[in-house]
Design a protein around this ligand. Structure first.
Ligand code: NAD
Ligand code: 89V
Length: 343
């Protein structure tokens, strides 16, 4: 099978994980990298031995002619870069949050569709192995029909030192982290038809909200999606997402430290669903790092076999609509919205 030669745009904090992920996939190499910041470009190029380096994405597409591009920049540049990839006929992966607005996101999906290029959003939390295991148990009916779910991420980890932009935006936790939790709720319980939200800012040193509590209505189920970066716990759990599923025949609990409990007519059983510590990974990020490798393997499989990725641009419009609806609900005193109104 011909080797896929990819390119990466954005050589910042998180892209290092993406570069390691690609290095671990057979039949794929990163042939070119781009960053408008020459120092970051040089650091990444030296670290991963990439000699084709560009400070301008247009030049990179024209000269390197990659088989796909992995966009690892922050959201303000996503639309321009995705549309540029589409105009060069290059299949594209774009980091979350996919776009700053639903209108932009729709335009990006449309541009890729018109150009006939695959588009995947790097929405990796649903690819975490503990979350996959919960999904498998739900899908195989271990606890009957789910009627309640909770997706919870509560922490006081200092995310701002590695990602200073998180402290600066008018929007914070729903757009950056809640987006993952909302996507997990969709993955486990299906699309939501109603959402109500409340937000708070506890840390006065940041601009946006650092606490959000959301109530979602799914077909036949209700879920609570709650996230906080202002929660000081006895044991810091970053970046673990805890999950509860109540079904007609039993319950699933993904608890602290990746301990899974399944209770049904046969009693309770426990599983250790700890993620792998990949050779390049570092705790506590290894859970997220493993999911980067998993979503990239999924992309390669989809690209080679002409399948739409699970978190395609089209699919991600529904997660983004929930984000947008959550902000609108919070701004309107907790009014319940149907995210489809915004799509
Ligand atoms: P960062 O600011 O550290 O890096 C972004 C890089 O992109 C910078 O080096 C910047 O110079 C470069 N850049 C911006 N616009 C560009 C352009 N038009 N052309 C070339 N280079 C450009 O950001 P980060 O923390 O690495 O985050 C990047 C993205 O990854 C964000 O969207 C963030 O939300 C996301 N992220 C995802 C996860 C996850 O688990 N999925 C985790 C962390 C961050
Ligand atoms: O996963 C993310 O998108 C990261 C973090 C875990 C820090 O919220 O930005």
């Amino acid at each position: 099978m011909a080797e896929l030669k990819g390119a990466l745009v954005g050589c910042g904090f998180f892209a290092v994980n993406q570069m390691h992920g690609w290095a671990g996939i057979d039949g794929v190499s990163i042939a070119a990298i781009c960053d408008r910041d020459p120092a970051r470009l040089e650091a990444m190029g030296t670290r991963f031995g990439i000699s084709r380096r560009f400070t301008d994405a247009e030049a990179m597409f024209a000269e390197a002619r990659p088989d796909f591009v992995d966009i690892a920049t922050t959201a303000p540049s996503h639309r321009v870069l995705v549309e540029l990839a589409a105009s060069h006929g290059v299949p594209v992966i774009c980091q979350k949050p996919f776009a700053l607005s639903l209108a932009d996101a729709r335009a990006m999906v449309e541009a890729c569709s018109q150009a006939g290029v695959p588009l995947m959003v790097h929405e990796n939390f649903r690819w975490q192995s503990p979350i996959r295991r919960v999904g498998e148990l739900v899908a195989t009916g271990e606890v009957g029909r789910p009627f309640f779910g909770r997706v919870s991420f509560r922490s006081a980890y200092d995310v701002y030192s590695g990602q200073p932009y998180l402290a600066e935006g008018e929007r914070f936790i729903i757009e950056d982290l809640g987006i993952h939790a909302l996507d997990i709720a969709r993955f486990l319980l299906g699309d939501a038809t109603a959402i109500t939200a409340r937000t708070a800012r506890i840390n006065s040193a940041i601009r946006g909200e650092d606490v959000a509590t959301m109530l979602l209505g799914h077909d036949g189920a209700t879920s609570v999606v709650d996230c906080s970066y202002a929660t000081k716990l006895e044991k810091e759990l970053f970046p673990q997402t805890l999950v509860e599923i109540d079904g007609t025949e039993g319950t699933i609990r993904l608890g602290a430290n990746y301990r899974l409990t399944v209770t049904n007519g046969e009693g309770s059983r426990h599983e250790d669903v700890s993620p792998l510590l990949l050779p390049w990974a570092t705790r506590p990020w290894h859970n997220i790092q493993e999911s980067v490798a998993a979503i990239q393997a999924h992309w390669v499989d989809c690209l080679r076999n002409g399948r739409e990725p699970d978190t395609s641009g089209r699919d991600n419009l529904k997660t983004l609509a929930l984000v947008e609806a959550a902000y609108r609900s919070a701004a309107e005193g907790g009014r319940t919205l149907d995210p489809a109104e915004l799509r």
